[in-house]
Design a protein around this ligand. Structure first.
Ligand SMILES: Cc1cc2nc3c(=O)[nH]c(=O)nc-3n(C[C@H](O)[C@H](O)[C@H](O)COP(=O)(O)OP(=O)(O)OC[C@H]3O[C@@H](n4cnc5c(N)ncnc54)[C@H](O)[C@@H]3O)c2cc1C
Length: 459
């Protein structure tokens, strides 16, 4: 046995890499986690702006996200990102001819699919006929198998059209949820990924779509708490450490090169975005590595506005008839000190806005907020800024499924993780954690170390 037989190196400290490192360490391996940036958390992080702690983008999850919930438990942070008792999404339509109208997407305690029937029957943003058509589409959705490869080649809008969904129904219901979860409108989303989101979220269990979000900065969960658990699990975590090469040693182990040192290990998990993975993959690791470069990316923009007073009573709402998509109250979680209110607008599929100057975005979004929130009309804007994530997610376009590799490569001992790998989920925290667990368990199986998969315990 060589000295590296019980060693593993995880490259990339996003949710996928942190998960893989924890799981490998919990199975008794000596794990080193290498992250290029000065913090853990990857695409879901926080930074300071004066007195505020700002998330790079509002993140939510659903009760059905069993892997991310496992992660929250594992880092002892579940109480800091609670799930609402019952799904309740206020939806404000400002384009209605009779003036702004508030509707709600809520669930009852009834079993699936009746749990949403009452709310749908009262949803004011659709006509009676449109509401009835949604019920029929939901039943058809229930019969789909998201893992069926045939679904991946079809776009969600075409399928919705075949189920009698009008453009208004797509806009006011399917896209309202779909843009935020898929980061694409129905016309640009794979039916397979949409089916995963809607079937698991809306039709698997009564409370599956209840929404959870962090009441603290994301960095508290994904960096501070994660680091604490990594340390106590014995993981050596090196930040500001960019990996420059991954190669095979003459003994059949793996060598990971950074600018400062080289590490040998029996197992390596490459948990970096797809382009970086492509650059680091050794020859022969995948039959067609260039497929990774065909996986597109999609942007998310967050618009941050600090008012001098409270302008929104609810914790969040979604908008219709406005370029504004979802608005969250970040006042408490950001530590805003004195009587004002901090709102974050989460703008998915933001291709049109992502490169606009702040002045243009300000001129676009402040009047919209005044239209949506009467109390904003007399309020003073203390601060306005934006965060841009140009490659926030992989683009969930039809056909993307055949481009996403699984955790195992063709070279034993080298594994892939990341929200972009073949998890069946769109690019989410859930997908990232699932991928980290898959990679860790593939490695453990190959090393002959058996450990129960945590999602089997949760099931
Ligand atoms: C604005 C925004 C909003 C979002 N909203 C939601 C949401 O509401 N709900 C949800 O579930 N998901 C959401 N997501 C998606 C979610 O954040 C991601 O899918 C998830 O965090 C991806 O995790 P990951 O570990 O797969 O990848 P990443 O977070 O990209 O982690 C990869 C890590 O690898 C590191 N790295 C890269 N190259 C190297 C190298 N050579 N050496 C060492 N390290 C390297 C990077 O620095 C990075 O830390 C959102 C994303 C964004 C950006």
């Amino acid at each position: 046995m060589s000295g590296s037989d019980d060693r593993a190196v995880v490259i990339g400290g996003g949710l996928a890499g942190v998960t893989a490192a924890l799981e490998l360490a919990d199975a008794g391996l000596k794990v080193t986690l290498l992250e290029g940036r000065p913090r853990l958390g990857g695409l879901a992080f926080s930074f300071k702006r004066g007195e505020l702690t700002v998330d790079n983008g509002q993140h939510v999850y659903l009760r059905c996200c069993t892997a991310y919930r496992w992660f929250l438990d594992r880092v002892e942070g579940a109480h800091l990102a609670p799930v609402q008792d019952r799904l309740d999404v206020p939806v404000l339509d400002v384009a209605h001819p009779a003036g702004p109208r508030l509707g709600r997407l809520r669930r009852s305690a009834l079993p699936v699919p009746l749990h949403l029937a009452g709310s749908l029957a009262r949803y004011p943003h659709l006509s009676l006929a449109e509401r009835a058509s949604v019920g029929r589409a939901a039943l058809a959705l229930r019969r789909l198998d998201p893992a069926d490869p045939a679904l991946d080649g079809v776009d969600f809008a075409t399928w919705l059209g075949r189920q009698g969904q009008s453009p208004r129904t797509i806009e006011a219901l399917w896209d309202l949820v779909g843009i935020a979860t898929l980061n694409a409108t129905a016309g640009h989303a794979s039916l397979g990924l949409a089916a995963t989101v809607f079937k698991t979220g809306l039709l698997s269990e009564n409370g599956a779509a209840d929404i959870g979000w962090a009441t603290v900065p994301l960095g508290d969960l994904h960096d501070t708490l994660a680091r604490k658990q990594l340390d106590s699990a014995g993981v050596r975590t090196e930040l500001r450490t960019r990996v420059t090469g991954v190669s095979r040693t003459p003994e059949g182990n793996w060598r990971v090169d950074t600018e400062g040192e080289s590490l040998d290990a029996a197992a390596v998990v490459l948990a970096v975005p797809q382009r970086e993975a492509h650059a680091l993959l050794p020859p022969g690791a995948l039959a067609d590595p260039d497929k990774l470069l065909d996986i597109g990316t999609a942007p998310i923009l967050n618009v941050h506005v600090v008012y001098d007073r409270k302008v929104l009573k609810r914790p969040f709402f979604a908008a219709l008839g406005s370029p504004v998509q979802w608005v969250f109250d970040r006042t408490d979680s950001s530590g805003l000190p004195d009587g004002g209110q901090y709102l974050a607008l989460s703008q998915s599929a933001a291709q049109d806005d992502i490169d606009e100057p702040v002045s243009v975005l300000r001129a676009k979004y402040l009047p919209e907020l005044e239209r949506l929130l009467p109390a904003a009309r007399g309020a003073k804007v203390r601060d306005f800024f934006v965060t841009r994530e140009r490659t926030a997610t992989f683009a969930p376009t039809p056909g993307v499924g055949r481009l996403r590799p699984g955790a195992r490569t063709d070279t034993p001992g080298l594994y892939l993780a990341g929200a972009w790998t073949a998890t069946g989920w769109p690019a989410t925290m859930e997908g990232a954690v699932r991928s980290g667990l898959s990679a860790a368990h593939a490695a453990l199986t190959a090393l002959g170390r058996h450990r129960k998969h945590p999602l089997q315990e949760a099931a």
